[in-house]
Design a protein around this ligand. Structure first.
Ligand SMILES: Nc1ncnc2c1ncn2[C@@H]1O[C@H](COP(=O)(O)OP(=O)(O)OP(=O)(O)O)[C@@H](O)[C@H]1O
Ligand SMILES: [Mg+2]
Length: 460
């Protein structure tokens, strides 16, 4: 992001030296010699920040400042005054100036102030960009869901969106659309004109979580930024904070989040001033959080606070009616992006698409369509275009099979064996030979164990 700075000053030397110095810092600089000219440029160029001299020929700095603030109250204006005119500076601050500089000043001083002011602007720009993105997304019907299961989820989401405080927990396997659903709730909520801020709890190192969430005061710790840092809670003020992968929170971090939910208050790291948290929290996880609570990995009090309303996004293989509408939706999107013209899907391709298990859910489906539309030519998606999925299926299945969690109270090995046999039989639709292969034992060894555990199944 490159920022545009407008300098309004009648002294050519100061103007030029600021131009040179700020350009060297990679800012886009425009400048004006008078207040009138400055206002014209302000209208025409929509700068991100203004450096305004107080004493100007013609219209003076106060008037210029007033006009700017009337039109765009949030733009940071730094007022430059001559020495000994502190009263002027005070008036300017009252009129909404971000800060002031007393001439002559060092370039370092300007740079510091500008960076501080632009921190807010940057955040705002990012949020605006995000907002434009999701408005675009949902205007064109962004969430596809024709299955009964999905319709029910969307209906409930629309209802909870209205309550602007209600905490929501979204559960679902990877790629089922948890983040999209969270954005959708925010978009439909009374908070939609404020930021939606995601925070990926799994990706932040344990020691940094608190300062990411709450920000820190200057000098809070060695290596801290000079001016401190805004945290995600503050960034999401009046909007929605999305705690992604909440199941990955460390025990210490769980306590911090619980406090925000309970007290609606927090402290910045190194801060003494209690701050109010006005955010709605939506949390998402691809784990079964209740099971994590039972295993002692997740605090039950936090779980209850988060789980005011639970939305479960079913895996794609359990809502097969959504597969083709989603596939077509992505074909259209990638047609547009890659300037391609796929308008049909052959019967054979459709059969393959529907038979594939999509363990990576909608994200995998989306990536598959992206790859086909990008690499293939023509108007019709054919069966052979999907043949690269065959090997992948097995790979994912094998990975899936070996996800083992040991409960803290211990296990009964026979029960584990029985569960694995059942799962393998289920995955192979009762085909004993294939199930035995999957388990790495012979068919007769499988039969023996089925007998032992009393598993009955019709032979295939
Ligand atoms: N119902 C839907 N309609 C259209 N697009 C969808 C739908 N659900 C998900 N998507 C798209 O699929 C992709 C994955 O969705 P998203 O990132 O929300 O999943 P997730 O559940 O957060 O995944 P992970 O657990 O891996 O973070 C995104 O590109 C999203 O826009
Ligand atoms: Mg996600």
């Amino acid at each position: 992001m490159r920022f545009k700075i407008l300098v309004i000053d009648d002294e050519p030397i100061l103007r030029e030296s600021l131009e040179v110095a700020l350009q060297a810092l990679d800012f886009h600089v425009i400048s004006a010699r008078t207040g009138e000219e400055g206002l014209d440029l302000f209208q025409a160029e929509n700068p991100d920040l203004i450096l305004l001299d107080h004493w100007l020929p013609g219209m003076n700095g106060d008037e210029v400042l007033q006009k700017i603030k009337e039109q765009t109250p949030e733009i940071p204006v730094i007022v430059m005054t001559a020495q000994g005119s502190i009263e002027i500076a005070v008036t300017s601050m009252k009129m909404g100036a971000f800060d002031f500089l007393v001439k002559p000043f060092e370039l370092d001083q300007v740079e510091d102030l500008i960076k501080k002011a632009l921190d807010r602007v940057r955040l705002k720009k990012e949020v605006e960009w995000l907002r434009a993105q999701y408005q675009e997304k949902f205007r064109s019907g962004g969430i596809i869901g024709v299955s009964q299961k999905m319709k029910e989820v969307l209906e409930l989401a629309e209802k909870v969106a209205k309550g602007s405080e209600t905490t929501v927990l979204i559960e679902g396997e990877t790629g089922t659309g948890k983040e999209l659903l969270a954005e959708y709730i925010h978009f439909l909520s009374p908070r939609s004109s404020f930021p939606f801020i995601p925070i990926n709890c799994g990706a932040i190192p344990k020691d940094l979580f608190e300062s990411e969430l709450f920000g820190y005061e200057k000098g809070a710790f060695t290596g801290a930024l000079e001016k401190g840092k805004i945290g995600k809670v503050e960034a999401a003020e009046k909007g929605t904070l999305f705690l992604d992968e909440v199941g990955e929170l460390s025990p210490q971090a769980q306590v911090k989040v619980l406090r925000v939910l309970e007290e609606k208050e927090y402290f910045k790291v190194g801060g003494v001033e209690k701050k109010k948290a006005d955010v709605r929290i939506i949390a998402a996880t691809n784990k079964d959080l209740e099971a994590e609570v039972k295993k002692g990995n997740f605090r039950d009090d936090l779980y209850f606070r988060l789980n005011v309303v639970k939305l479960f996004l079913p895996p794609l293989r359990e809502r097969k009616e959504d597969i083709m509408p989603l596939f077509k939706f992505f074909v259209e999107r990638f047609n547009e992006q890659f300037k391609k013209g796929f308008i049909q899907i052959s019967k054979e391709a459709e059969e393959k698409i529907l038979a594939y298990p999509w363990f990576g859910n909608i994200r995998e489906l989306r990536n598959t369509v992206e790859r086909i539309v990008l690499l293939e030519k023509g108007e019709t998606i054919l069966g052979k275009h999907l043949s690269f999925l065959i090997g992948k299926e097995r790979e994912v299945e094998e990975k899936r099979e070996f996800k083992i969690y040991l409960p803290s109270q211990g296990i009964i090995l026979d029960e584990v064996e029985r569960q694995y046999i059942l799962e393998a039989l289920k995955m192979k639709k009762g085909n004993k030979l294939q199930a035995a292969k999957m388990l790495g034992i012979s068919r007769s060894a499988l039969l023996y164990r089925m007998e032992k555990y009393g598993i009955k199944m019709i032979d295939h």
